[in-house]
Design a protein around this ligand. Structure first.
Ligand code: F6R
Length: 240
């Protein structure tokens, strides 16, 4: 595991974008796993800038988003598809056919999960997976639990996640109770992982993620077992 420190949230976005840019320059047809949430917004902003400046291109890249809320259509302002269109897809030269995100608005979610895993397999798996860190240690929407799901699946969101995500909705009743998410297996099979962690409120969960026991109660702790994990954070960890 490599830990890289950013000065602040702004700097974290710039550093994450440069990190991804290096990967794209080396491998223009990269298969990239992508998160939503507050943390990666700066990264998307600076990646957009690098594309507009002609430094990098996503013309040959393929992307797979981690998750989507169940019950929201892609044009719902709180859907992750909407977020991605607003912050990234509509701003860069990534062809629509190369963009993938699970659908949460289909009648048969089990079939959708299989379709998504199949699509990931067909392109040979994820090369580089970018992750945010949930306040409870979730990665994608793999919530603390007694077990870990390997493949894409439907998950019941925990009260903590519903609470944390209420900030994007009119009230907590409006937050979907379920999501479709890549499994921990999908994430761990990525060849490289970049975990982005920003803000003091994530200090304890970051410490548990990188130094705590590997446990299904802290899903992000399994990342310790990945062979090529980079953690990029603006939280200065205390050295004991
Ligand atoms: C979103 C996702 C989540 C977020 C996590 C952190 O696609 O996979 O695991 O990365 O909830 O969210 P923020 O960045 O808003 O703190």
């Amino acid at each position: 595991m490599e830990i890289i420190y950013a000065q602040d949230n702004l700097n974290l976005g710039q550093m994450a974008a440069r990190w991804v840019a290096r990967e794209i320059l080396v491998c223009p047809n990269l298969v990239l796993g992508l998160p939503t949430g507050s943390t990666p917004i700066g990264m998307y902003h600076y990646l957009t800038r690098l594309v507009q400046e002609g430094i990098i291109s996503f013309a040959q890249a393929r992307t797979f988003n981690l998750d989507e809320y169940v019950g929201l259509t892609a044009d719902h302002p709180q859907s992750y598809a909407f977020f991605m269109r607003e912050h990234f897809w509509s701003k860069v030269d990534l062809p629509n056919v190369n963009v993938n995100i699970p659908r949460g608005d289909v009648s048969n979610l089990a079939v959708e999960c299989l379709r998504y895993d199949d699509a990931i397999q067909k392109v040979g798996g994820i090369d580089v997976q970018i992750l945010g860190l949930g306040p409870n240690g979730h990665i994608g929407f793999n919530e603390p639990s007694h077990n870990m799901e390997v493949h894409t699946h439907v998950v019941d969101l925990t009260a903590a996640t519903i609470q944390a995500n209420t900030r994007f909705f009119p009230d907590s009743d409006a937050v979907p109770r379920q999501a479709v998410t890549m499994g921990v297996g999908n994430i761990m099979q990525a060849r490289k992982i970049l975990l982005l962690v920003s803000g003091e409120s994530k200090r304890d969960i970051l410490a548990k993620t990188i130094n705590g026991p590997v446990s299904t109660e802290v899903p992000s702790s399994i990342l310790q077992l990945h062979a090529d994990l980079t953690v990029l954070t603006d939280i200065k960890l205390r050295v004991h």
